[in-house]
Design a protein around this ligand. Structure first.
Ligand SMILES: [Zn+2]
Length: 227
């Protein structure tokens, strides 16, 4: 849709579209920019109210960008949502974790978190899949790097080698041995930023769940591993 602009007489309301003219097309009398329907001026308020559900500004923007377009749509939508008390209070409640949380993996076992915890004087290793939240708990004879690595190797042998392993900076994970392990098994090892425990919230939540299940299971003749 470039013809109209060759004519210097084009109406000035088309000016904002000049920069995107190569992406425009017309189907059944509706103008599209790529896959997105261009909304005429007179309909924009109506569309704003349709896009708006109380999912907060980012969610609304995402929905809008998938199907509609007009110049300054993003800022008009931001203005519109900023007047909604529900969306505003939602934005306030966003926990810090989501700001720092790691990107979401696309498949199971691509990205795992691991940490140690103690319960009733015993040491355990927890290994959590970021995609499914599935986790495994291993009882540890000791908390050495070697022991932790051996347990992880067993999981990797069974479930595959993840692309990314997230842990804290504990001695088991910051050791030279662990560095070698990550090289030999070819995964990326990322340690959560010190002083920001939130950034490994996935693992912390799994530890809470594991402890709860294990306490529940600690009755006579019950096996904490099948809790
Ligand atoms: Zn709202």
């Amino acid at each position: 849709m470039t013809g109209a602009w060759n004519n210097s007489q084009h109406p000035s309301e088309l000016d904002p579209f000049y920069n995107v003219r190569d992406e425009l097309s017309v189907q059944n009398g509706i103008i599209f920019k790529g896959d997105r329907c261009i909304i005429p001026n007179a309909m924009r308020n109506e569309i704003l109210s349709q896009i708006h559900t109380h999912i907060g500004i980012e969610g609304c923007l995402k929905r809008a960008r998938e199907c509609v377009y007009w110049p300054r749509m993003n800022s008009e939508l931001r203005d519109y949502i900023s007047k909604c008390d529900v969306c505003q209070s939602l934005a306030m409640k966003q926990p810090r974790e989501t700001l720092k949380s790691h990107d979401v993996p696309s498949r199971p076992w691509a990205k795992i978190g691991t940490d140690l915890f103690t319960l009733s004087g015993n040491d355990y290793l927890i290994t959590v899949d970021y995609y499914s939240s599935f986790f495994e708990v291993d009882r540890l004879d000791d908390t050495s790097s070697k022991t932790v690595i051996n347990k992880l190797k067993q999981h990797f042998a069974r479930w595959g080698i993840p692309e990314k392993v997230i842990s804290d900076n504990g001695p088991q994970y910051s050791s030279e041995q662990f560095k070698q392990f990550s090289k030999q098994w070819d995964f990326q090892h990322k340690t959560s930023s010190p002083g920001h425990a939130q950034s490994n919230g996935k693992v912390e939540n799994a530890v809470k769940t594991a402890k709860r299940l294990m306490r529940k299971a600690r009755k006579p003749n019950s096996d904490p591993y099948i809790a």
